[in-house]
Design a protein around this ligand. Structure first.
Ligand code: PMP
Length: 407
Protein backbone atom coordinates (compact mmCIF):
# COMPACT_ATOMS: atom_id res chain seq x y z
CA UNK A 1 0.00 0.00 0.00
CA UNK A 2 1.27 3.48 -0.79
CA UNK A 3 1.74 5.99 2.01
CA UNK A 4 -1.44 7.44 3.42
CA UNK A 5 -2.90 10.39 1.56
CA UNK A 6 -5.19 12.60 3.66
CA UNK A 7 -8.86 12.53 2.78
CA UNK A 8 -9.78 15.33 0.39
CA UNK A 9 -11.70 18.22 1.94
CA UNK A 10 -15.02 19.21 0.39
CA UNK A 11 -14.10 22.68 -0.92
CA UNK A 12 -10.42 22.90 -1.82
CA UNK A 13 -8.67 26.15 -2.61
CA UNK A 14 -5.33 26.40 -4.33
CA UNK A 15 -2.93 26.56 -1.37
CA UNK A 16 0.04 28.91 -1.44
CA UNK A 17 2.60 26.15 -2.00
CA UNK A 18 0.61 24.97 -5.03
CA UNK A 19 0.36 28.48 -6.49
CA UNK A 20 4.12 28.85 -6.09
CA UNK A 21 4.72 25.44 -7.72
CA UNK A 22 2.46 26.37 -10.65
CA UNK A 23 4.41 29.57 -11.20
CA UNK A 24 7.51 27.46 -11.90
CA UNK A 25 6.06 26.23 -15.22
CA UNK A 26 6.66 28.85 -17.93
CA UNK A 27 4.42 27.13 -20.49
CA UNK A 28 1.54 26.94 -18.02
CA UNK A 29 1.64 30.56 -16.90
CA UNK A 30 2.11 31.78 -20.48
CA UNK A 31 -1.29 30.31 -21.41
CA UNK A 32 -3.87 31.11 -18.75
CA UNK A 33 -6.64 30.57 -21.32
CA UNK A 34 -5.61 26.90 -21.71
CA UNK A 35 -5.71 24.05 -19.20
CA UNK A 36 -3.21 21.24 -19.65
CA UNK A 37 -5.00 18.11 -18.44
CA UNK A 38 -2.87 15.45 -20.11
CA UNK A 39 -0.02 14.87 -17.66
CA UNK A 40 -0.39 11.09 -17.86
CA UNK A 41 0.80 11.45 -21.47
CA UNK A 42 3.65 13.75 -20.52
CA UNK A 43 4.28 16.37 -17.86
CA UNK A 44 5.14 20.03 -18.29
CA UNK A 45 8.65 21.08 -17.22
CA UNK A 46 9.52 23.42 -14.36
CA UNK A 47 11.99 26.26 -14.81
CA UNK A 48 14.63 24.41 -12.74
CA UNK A 49 14.71 21.59 -15.30
CA UNK A 50 14.88 23.94 -18.28
CA UNK A 51 17.69 25.88 -16.63
CA UNK A 52 19.67 22.76 -15.70
CA UNK A 53 19.63 21.61 -19.33
CA UNK A 54 20.58 25.08 -20.60
CA UNK A 55 23.42 25.34 -18.07
CA UNK A 56 24.76 21.92 -18.93
CA UNK A 57 24.69 22.51 -22.68
CA UNK A 58 26.32 25.92 -22.39
CA UNK A 59 29.00 25.01 -19.84
CA UNK A 60 30.09 21.37 -20.03
CA UNK A 61 28.43 19.46 -22.87
CA UNK A 62 30.56 16.42 -23.79
CA UNK A 63 30.22 12.64 -23.95
CA UNK A 64 30.11 10.54 -20.77
CA UNK A 65 32.53 7.80 -19.78
CA UNK A 66 34.96 8.54 -22.61
CA UNK A 67 37.16 11.66 -22.47
CA UNK A 68 39.50 12.74 -19.69
CA UNK A 69 39.20 16.52 -20.07
CA UNK A 70 37.04 18.52 -17.62
CA UNK A 71 33.81 18.72 -19.63
CA UNK A 72 33.86 14.95 -20.23
CA UNK A 73 34.65 14.29 -16.57
CA UNK A 74 31.85 16.61 -15.53
CA UNK A 75 29.40 14.82 -17.84
CA UNK A 76 30.44 11.41 -16.51
CA UNK A 77 30.03 12.69 -12.99
CA UNK A 78 26.53 14.03 -13.80
CA UNK A 79 25.46 10.70 -15.26
CA UNK A 80 26.80 8.65 -12.35
CA UNK A 81 25.46 10.99 -9.69
CA UNK A 82 22.02 10.77 -11.32
CA UNK A 83 22.07 7.03 -10.59
CA UNK A 84 22.60 7.93 -6.92
CA UNK A 85 19.87 10.55 -7.15
CA UNK A 86 17.40 7.99 -8.48
CA UNK A 87 18.25 5.63 -5.63
CA UNK A 88 17.79 8.44 -3.14
CA UNK A 89 14.47 9.48 -4.71
CA UNK A 90 13.26 5.88 -4.45
CA UNK A 91 14.58 5.56 -0.85
CA UNK A 92 16.98 2.77 -1.74
CA UNK A 93 19.49 2.73 1.13
CA UNK A 94 22.02 0.44 -0.61
CA UNK A 95 25.14 2.35 -1.73
CA UNK A 96 25.77 0.18 -4.84
CA UNK A 97 24.52 2.10 -7.88
CA UNK A 98 24.86 -0.78 -10.36
CA UNK A 99 21.15 -1.57 -10.21
CA UNK A 100 20.16 1.71 -11.92
CA UNK A 101 20.06 1.65 -15.73
CA UNK A 102 19.10 4.53 -17.98
CA UNK A 103 16.53 3.98 -20.69
CA UNK A 104 14.53 6.14 -23.07
CA UNK A 105 11.38 5.58 -20.98
CA UNK A 106 9.06 2.97 -19.53
CA UNK A 107 8.48 1.14 -22.80
CA UNK A 108 12.17 0.55 -23.40
CA UNK A 109 12.72 -0.19 -19.71
CA UNK A 110 10.10 -2.95 -19.57
CA UNK A 111 11.39 -4.40 -22.82
CA UNK A 112 14.92 -4.45 -21.41
CA UNK A 113 13.84 -6.25 -18.23
CA UNK A 114 11.98 -8.79 -20.36
CA UNK A 115 14.79 -9.42 -22.83
CA UNK A 116 17.87 -9.16 -20.63
CA UNK A 117 16.63 -10.42 -17.30
CA UNK A 118 13.47 -12.49 -17.66
CA UNK A 119 14.37 -14.51 -20.74
CA UNK A 120 17.68 -15.82 -19.32
CA UNK A 121 15.96 -16.60 -15.99
CA UNK A 122 13.10 -18.80 -17.10
CA UNK A 123 13.09 -22.55 -17.57
CA UNK A 124 10.75 -24.93 -19.35
CA UNK A 125 7.41 -25.13 -17.54
CA UNK A 126 7.79 -21.85 -15.63
CA UNK A 127 4.83 -19.49 -15.33
CA UNK A 128 4.57 -15.72 -15.43
CA UNK A 129 1.61 -13.43 -14.66
CA UNK A 130 1.12 -10.33 -16.78
CA UNK A 131 -1.51 -7.55 -16.90
CA UNK A 132 -3.71 -7.88 -19.97
CA UNK A 133 -5.73 -4.74 -19.16
CA UNK A 134 -2.93 -2.28 -18.42
CA UNK A 135 -0.81 -0.19 -20.78
CA UNK A 136 0.34 -2.25 -23.74
CA UNK A 137 3.92 -1.25 -22.91
CA UNK A 138 3.50 -3.57 -19.91
CA UNK A 139 2.12 -6.49 -21.90
CA UNK A 140 3.93 -6.74 -25.23
CA UNK A 141 7.45 -7.33 -23.79
CA UNK A 142 6.33 -10.34 -21.76
CA UNK A 143 4.52 -11.90 -24.69
CA UNK A 144 7.64 -11.30 -26.78
CA UNK A 145 9.73 -12.99 -24.04
CA UNK A 146 7.54 -16.08 -24.34
CA UNK A 147 8.08 -16.07 -28.12
CA UNK A 148 11.86 -15.74 -27.77
CA UNK A 149 11.94 -18.61 -25.29
CA UNK A 150 9.72 -20.80 -27.46
CA UNK A 151 12.21 -20.32 -30.33
CA UNK A 152 14.80 -21.88 -28.04
CA UNK A 153 12.50 -24.76 -27.14
CA UNK A 154 11.62 -23.37 -23.69
CA UNK A 155 7.85 -23.33 -23.14
CA UNK A 156 6.65 -20.78 -20.61
CA UNK A 157 3.04 -20.32 -19.52
CA UNK A 158 1.78 -16.73 -19.57
CA UNK A 159 -1.22 -16.21 -17.32
CA UNK A 160 -3.39 -13.09 -17.18
CA UNK A 161 -3.26 -11.17 -13.92
CA UNK A 162 -6.94 -11.25 -12.94
CA UNK A 163 -8.96 -8.01 -12.58
CA UNK A 164 -12.04 -7.16 -10.54
CA UNK A 165 -14.94 -6.19 -12.72
CA UNK A 166 -15.84 -2.52 -12.44
CA UNK A 167 -13.16 -1.20 -10.09
CA UNK A 168 -10.11 -1.52 -12.34
CA UNK A 169 -8.09 -3.09 -9.50
CA UNK A 170 -6.44 -6.48 -9.79
CA UNK A 171 -8.52 -9.28 -8.34
CA UNK A 172 -6.28 -10.30 -5.47
CA UNK A 173 -8.40 -13.26 -4.41
CA UNK A 174 -8.32 -14.71 -7.91
CA UNK A 175 -4.59 -14.00 -7.93
CA UNK A 176 -4.15 -16.21 -4.86
CA UNK A 177 -5.65 -19.04 -6.87
CA UNK A 178 -3.62 -18.29 -10.02
CA UNK A 179 -0.26 -18.52 -8.25
CA UNK A 180 1.39 -21.94 -8.37
CA UNK A 181 4.72 -23.59 -7.56
CA UNK A 182 6.10 -22.68 -11.03
CA UNK A 183 5.16 -18.97 -10.83
CA UNK A 184 8.40 -17.04 -11.25
CA UNK A 185 7.44 -13.50 -12.19
CA UNK A 186 4.64 -10.92 -12.07
CA UNK A 187 4.46 -7.73 -14.16
CA UNK A 188 2.26 -5.17 -12.44
CA UNK A 189 1.37 -1.48 -12.65
CA UNK A 190 1.56 0.96 -9.77
CA UNK A 191 -1.14 3.43 -10.85
CA UNK A 192 -3.47 2.50 -13.70
CA UNK A 193 -3.20 4.92 -16.64
CA UNK A 194 -6.92 4.64 -17.47
CA UNK A 195 -8.66 3.99 -14.17
CA UNK A 196 -6.42 6.15 -11.98
CA UNK A 197 -6.35 3.60 -9.17
CA UNK A 198 -3.43 2.51 -7.04
CA UNK A 199 -3.14 -1.18 -7.94
CA UNK A 200 -2.33 -2.41 -4.40
CA UNK A 201 0.96 -4.05 -5.26
CA UNK A 202 1.45 -5.15 -1.64
CA UNK A 203 -1.37 -7.63 -2.19
CA UNK A 204 0.53 -9.15 -5.09
CA UNK A 205 3.57 -9.71 -2.87
CA UNK A 206 1.29 -11.33 -0.26
CA UNK A 207 -0.11 -13.65 -2.92
CA UNK A 208 3.18 -14.70 -4.54
CA UNK A 209 5.48 -14.86 -1.52
CA UNK A 210 9.06 -13.59 -1.24
CA UNK A 211 10.74 -15.51 -4.06
CA UNK A 212 8.75 -14.42 -7.08
CA UNK A 213 10.12 -11.35 -8.88
CA UNK A 214 7.75 -8.40 -9.35
CA UNK A 215 8.39 -5.74 -11.98
CA UNK A 216 6.53 -2.49 -11.38
CA UNK A 217 5.50 -0.16 -14.18
CA UNK A 218 5.74 3.13 -12.29
CA UNK A 219 5.07 5.38 -15.30
CA UNK A 220 2.07 6.97 -13.58
CA UNK A 221 3.35 7.04 -10.03
CA UNK A 222 6.89 8.51 -10.13
CA UNK A 223 6.53 12.21 -9.42
CA UNK A 224 2.88 11.79 -8.45
CA UNK A 225 3.23 10.05 -5.10
CA UNK A 226 6.03 8.68 -2.91
CA UNK A 227 7.52 5.55 -4.47
CA UNK A 228 9.74 4.19 -1.70
CA UNK A 229 11.36 0.82 -2.21
CA UNK A 230 12.34 0.59 1.47
CA UNK A 231 8.65 0.55 2.35
CA UNK A 232 7.75 -3.09 3.04
CA UNK A 233 4.45 -2.50 1.25
CA UNK A 234 6.36 -1.76 -1.97
CA UNK A 235 8.44 -4.92 -1.98
CA UNK A 236 9.13 -5.10 -5.72
CA UNK A 237 12.25 -6.11 -7.63
CA UNK A 238 12.17 -3.67 -10.53
CA UNK A 239 10.79 -0.14 -10.78
CA UNK A 240 10.57 1.16 -14.34
CA UNK A 241 9.62 4.73 -15.24
CA UNK A 242 9.76 7.52 -17.82
CA UNK A 243 11.49 10.80 -17.05
CA UNK A 244 9.20 12.83 -19.30
CA UNK A 245 6.13 12.02 -17.19
CA UNK A 246 8.06 13.17 -14.11
CA UNK A 247 9.02 16.67 -15.29
CA UNK A 248 12.21 15.65 -17.14
CA UNK A 249 12.88 15.67 -20.90
CA UNK A 250 11.46 13.07 -23.30
CA UNK A 251 13.84 10.20 -23.99
CA UNK A 252 14.93 9.89 -20.36
CA UNK A 253 13.94 7.15 -17.97
CA UNK A 254 15.33 4.43 -15.76
CA UNK A 255 15.12 0.90 -14.50
CA UNK A 256 15.84 0.43 -10.83
CA UNK A 257 16.65 -3.16 -9.87
CA UNK A 258 16.77 -4.28 -6.25
CA UNK A 259 20.34 -5.24 -5.46
CA UNK A 260 19.31 -8.79 -4.65
CA UNK A 261 18.37 -9.08 -8.35
CA UNK A 262 20.56 -6.29 -9.68
CA UNK A 263 23.76 -8.34 -9.99
CA UNK A 264 21.83 -10.83 -12.13
CA UNK A 265 20.57 -8.01 -14.31
CA UNK A 266 23.01 -6.66 -16.86
CA UNK A 267 21.41 -5.11 -19.92
CA UNK A 268 22.97 -6.78 -22.92
CA UNK A 269 25.42 -5.28 -25.33
CA UNK A 270 27.17 -2.02 -25.93
CA UNK A 271 25.04 0.80 -24.59
CA UNK A 272 26.42 3.63 -26.72
CA UNK A 273 26.27 7.30 -25.81
CA UNK A 274 23.79 7.98 -23.00
CA UNK A 275 21.12 10.64 -23.33
CA UNK A 276 23.16 13.12 -21.32
CA UNK A 277 20.74 16.05 -21.55
CA UNK A 278 17.87 13.76 -20.61
CA UNK A 279 19.82 12.47 -17.62
CA UNK A 280 20.72 16.01 -16.53
CA UNK A 281 17.04 16.93 -16.79
CA UNK A 282 16.03 13.87 -14.79
CA UNK A 283 18.32 14.80 -11.93
CA UNK A 284 16.97 18.36 -11.88
CA UNK A 285 13.39 17.03 -12.06
CA UNK A 286 13.87 14.69 -9.10
CA UNK A 287 15.46 17.54 -7.11
CA UNK A 288 12.50 19.77 -7.91
CA UNK A 289 9.93 17.09 -7.10
CA UNK A 290 11.59 16.34 -3.78
CA UNK A 291 11.47 20.04 -2.90
CA UNK A 292 7.75 20.20 -3.63
CA UNK A 293 7.16 16.81 -2.01
CA UNK A 294 5.52 13.84 -3.75
CA UNK A 295 3.09 13.52 -0.78
CA UNK A 296 1.77 17.00 -1.46
CA UNK A 297 1.49 16.30 -5.17
CA UNK A 298 -0.46 13.12 -4.36
CA UNK A 299 -2.75 14.93 -2.00
CA UNK A 300 -3.39 17.78 -4.40
CA UNK A 301 -4.04 15.72 -7.53
CA UNK A 302 -6.23 13.29 -5.59
CA UNK A 303 -8.24 16.20 -4.28
CA UNK A 304 -8.82 17.62 -7.79
CA UNK A 305 -9.65 14.18 -9.19
CA UNK A 306 -12.15 13.61 -6.39
CA UNK A 307 -13.83 16.94 -7.09
CA UNK A 308 -14.10 16.11 -10.80
CA UNK A 309 -15.30 12.53 -10.28
CA UNK A 310 -17.92 13.34 -7.70
CA UNK A 311 -19.42 16.22 -9.66
CA UNK A 312 -19.23 14.39 -12.98
CA UNK A 313 -21.11 11.49 -11.40
CA UNK A 314 -23.95 13.87 -10.51
CA UNK A 315 -24.33 15.19 -14.08
CA UNK A 316 -25.97 11.96 -15.21
CA UNK A 317 -24.75 11.91 -18.84
CA UNK A 318 -21.29 10.58 -18.11
CA UNK A 319 -19.87 7.19 -17.24
CA UNK A 320 -16.71 7.40 -15.16
CA UNK A 321 -14.52 4.36 -15.83
CA UNK A 322 -12.78 2.08 -13.37
CA UNK A 323 -12.13 2.75 -9.76
CA UNK A 324 -13.12 6.38 -10.05
CA UNK A 325 -16.71 5.32 -10.49
CA UNK A 326 -16.72 2.86 -7.65
CA UNK A 327 -15.10 5.39 -5.34
CA UNK A 328 -18.00 7.82 -5.63
CA UNK A 329 -20.22 5.13 -4.21
CA UNK A 330 -17.67 4.08 -1.62
CA UNK A 331 -16.19 7.02 0.22
CA UNK A 332 -14.46 5.02 2.95
CA UNK A 333 -10.92 6.06 3.86
CA UNK A 334 -9.37 2.99 2.25
CA UNK A 335 -11.16 3.61 -1.03
CA UNK A 336 -10.31 7.31 -1.08
CA UNK A 337 -6.64 6.48 -0.59
CA UNK A 338 -6.65 4.46 -3.79
CA UNK A 339 -7.85 7.34 -5.94
CA UNK A 340 -5.11 9.14 -7.89
CA UNK A 341 -5.03 12.08 -10.28
CA UNK A 342 -6.47 10.39 -13.38
CA UNK A 343 -10.17 10.48 -14.29
CA UNK A 344 -11.41 8.74 -17.42
CA UNK A 345 -14.98 9.01 -18.66
CA UNK A 346 -17.40 8.78 -21.58
CA UNK A 347 -20.43 10.81 -22.51
CA UNK A 348 -23.50 8.62 -23.09
CA UNK A 349 -24.19 10.18 -26.54
CA UNK A 350 -21.17 12.18 -27.71
CA UNK A 351 -18.32 10.04 -29.12
CA UNK A 352 -15.16 10.51 -27.11
CA UNK A 353 -13.05 11.86 -29.98
CA UNK A 354 -15.72 14.51 -30.64
CA UNK A 355 -15.81 15.32 -26.96
CA UNK A 356 -12.03 15.77 -27.03
CA UNK A 357 -12.37 18.33 -29.87
CA UNK A 358 -15.21 20.14 -28.11
CA UNK A 359 -13.17 20.36 -24.92
CA UNK A 360 -10.17 21.74 -26.78
CA UNK A 361 -12.38 24.39 -28.38
CA UNK A 362 -12.92 25.53 -24.77
CA UNK A 363 -9.19 25.42 -24.01
CA UNK A 364 -8.91 21.99 -22.33
CA UNK A 365 -6.16 19.66 -23.47
CA UNK A 366 -7.26 16.14 -22.66
CA UNK A 367 -6.54 12.73 -24.16
CA UNK A 368 -9.40 11.23 -26.18
CA UNK A 369 -8.75 7.81 -27.75
CA UNK A 370 -8.15 4.23 -26.56
CA UNK A 371 -5.30 5.39 -24.27
CA UNK A 372 -2.92 2.62 -25.44
CA UNK A 373 -4.70 0.15 -23.18
CA UNK A 374 -3.77 -3.42 -24.08
CA UNK A 375 -6.54 -5.04 -26.10
CA UNK A 376 -8.46 -1.77 -26.62
CA UNK A 377 -9.37 -0.42 -30.06
CA UNK A 378 -11.08 2.71 -31.42
CA UNK A 379 -14.48 1.54 -30.11
CA UNK A 380 -13.13 1.69 -26.56
CA UNK A 381 -12.23 5.37 -26.84
CA UNK A 382 -12.70 7.51 -23.76
CA UNK A 383 -11.70 10.94 -22.50
CA UNK A 384 -8.96 11.12 -19.90
CA UNK A 385 -8.24 14.04 -17.61
CA UNK A 386 -4.87 13.57 -15.93
CA UNK A 387 -3.57 16.01 -13.38
CA UNK A 388 -0.34 17.27 -11.95
CA UNK A 389 0.79 19.78 -9.41
CA UNK A 390 0.18 22.78 -11.72
CA UNK A 391 -3.55 22.12 -12.14
CA UNK A 392 -6.02 24.22 -10.21
CA UNK A 393 -9.49 24.11 -8.71
CA UNK A 394 -10.57 26.76 -11.24
CA UNK A 395 -9.52 24.55 -14.15
CA UNK A 396 -11.57 21.67 -12.79
CA UNK A 397 -14.59 23.90 -12.18
CA UNK A 398 -14.35 25.44 -15.66
CA UNK A 399 -14.14 21.96 -17.15
CA UNK A 400 -17.13 20.83 -15.10
CA UNK A 401 -19.21 23.75 -16.30
CA UNK A 402 -18.45 22.89 -19.96
CA UNK A 403 -19.22 19.22 -19.30
CA UNK A 404 -22.45 20.25 -17.54
CA UNK A 405 -23.48 22.32 -20.58
CA UNK A 406 -23.03 19.17 -22.72
CA UNK A 407 -25.00 17.00 -20.31
N1 PMP B 1 3.02 2.38 -18.75
C1 PMP B 1 2.05 3.22 -18.40
C2 PMP B 1 1.18 2.89 -17.23
C3 PMP B 1 1.87 4.41 -19.12
O1 PMP B 1 0.89 5.24 -18.76
C4 PMP B 1 2.74 4.70 -20.19
C5 PMP B 1 2.60 5.98 -21.00
N2 PMP B 1 1.32 6.42 -21.22
C6 PMP B 1 3.74 3.79 -20.50
C7 PMP B 1 3.86 2.64 -19.77
C8 PMP B 1 4.69 4.05 -21.64
O2 PMP B 1 5.52 5.12 -21.33
P1 PMP B 1 6.55 5.73 -22.39
O3 PMP B 1 5.71 6.08 -23.59
O4 PMP B 1 7.12 6.92 -21.73
O5 PMP B 1 7.54 4.69 -22.71
Amino acid sequence: MSPTVPLPSAEPENPLWQQEARRQFPIVIAHPELAYLDSAATSQKPRAVLEAVQTYLTTSNANAGRGTYPWANRTTELVESTRDRIKEFLHDPEPDRSGVHFTSGTTEGLRTVARDWLVPCLADGDEILVPYGDHRANLDPWIEARRLLAERGVQVRVQALPYQTGSGDYDHRALDRAVGPRTRFVAATHVHHVYGGDMNVHRIREAVGPDVAICLDAAQSIGHLPVHVDDPSLDVDFVVFSGHKAMALPGSGAIWARNARGPEFRPDGWQGTPNTTGIVSLKAALDWLDTVGPERVAHWTTLLATRLTDRLGRLGSYEVLGCQASLSADSTLAAAQRRRGIVTFRHHDIPSDDLGFILFSHGFMVRADNLCQAGADARDASVRVSLHVYNTVEEIDRLLSVLASLA
